[in-house]
Design a protein around this ligand. Structure first.
Ligand SMILES: [Fe+2]
Length: 287
């Protein structure tokens, strides 16, 4: 998502999509995908939420080479009614929300070069497809993504896109979840990054805080480094339920009266999760 004013690139359709043009990928580009895929697939099984690995499997993403979006869409369509469509780069917020609300996930079609293996400024196809698509095969998460898109269209009319964007950031991109008595990864920004997949669970420095929509929507985020705070959901069901049940219009009005929170802030009412365990304590116990 972006708040910049964007011009539709030449060759893009009215909804900003372009053909993926799968046949044009080079041997080197396919090899880049395979290298990234292998590195993450080896490391993730005990770190990532189970539904992610199941998604890789049912979508047959373990097949070598860059996935063909048409094939992915065909499998997704049968499972959850989603599609993956290619776009040339960033798309305007409203267009992004429209696609999500209609169960279309927009993905870039370029892949990073070997020099960019560990750092990239704009999300590439590995981030978009490996990071985001597996969970679209899960019916609950798929519904959450659609609900987010619908919420985006409403937020646009209420001037609250910045607040809502934080929900996407701290869940879809950088979310953690409790599963089998431990913390697991599910955010695409984490699972597509080798370094952050380790950092988010193992490093002692970031805060791992209980999920709370209003609190999260007050919290700024970092775009230039690993996150300093992660929010932990109890389950996808709970995430979807809380999102559907929240009345966002009055919440946005409340948020306008309150100041933003800096990334490292811990509030007395925050639940703090410690690494690798479901045990948590109220912050004030440590104050
Ligand atoms: Fe992303």
């Amino acid at each position: 998502m972006t708040t910049e004013k964007l011009e539709r690139p030449q060759g893009a359709a009215e909804d900003w999509t372009v053909p993926q043009d799968w046949a044009s990928y080079t041997v080197q580009e396919h090899a880049m995908w395979d290298t990234l895929f292998e590195r993450q697939a080896k490391m993730l099984p005990n770190r990532v939420v189970r539904e992610f690995m199941e998604g890789l499997d049912v979508l047959r993403m373990t097949k070598l080479g860059i996935p063909d979006f048409d094939e992915l869409s065909e499998r997704l369509m049968k499972l959850t009614g989603w599609q993956v469509v290619a776009v040339p780069g960033l798309v305007p917020d409203r267009m992004f929300f429209e696609h999500l609300a209609n169960r279309r996930f927009v993905a870039g079609r370029f892949i990073r070069t070997p020099e960019q293996i560990d750092y990239l400024q704009e999300p590439d196809l590995f981030h978009d497809v490996f990071g985001h698509v597996p969970l679209l095969a899960n019916p609950i998460f798929a519904d959450y993504m659609q609900a987010y898109g619908e919420g985006g269209l409403r937020a646009d009319g209420l001037g609250a896109i910045d607040n809502l964007a934080r929900l996407y950031w701290y869940t879809v991109e950088f979310g953690l979840i409790r599963q089998d008595d431990s913390l697991r990864l599910y955010g695409a920004g984490i699972v597509s990054s080798h370094g952050e997949s380790l950092f988010a669970l193992d490093d002692p420095s970031p805060n791992r805080l209980g999920f709370n929509i209003k609190r999260l929507m007050r919290t700024r985020y970092r775009i230039d480094d690993y996150q300093q705070s992660y929010f932990v959901i109890n389950s996808f069901e709970d995430l979807l339920k809380q999102t559907i049940e929240t009345d966002f219009a009055p919440l946005y009005r409340e948020l306008q009266q309150e100041s933003d929170l800096e990334v490292a802030t811990i509030l007395p009412e925050d639940r703090i999760f410690t690494k690798g365990t479901q045990a948590y304590a109220h912050a004030k116990k440590f104050a």
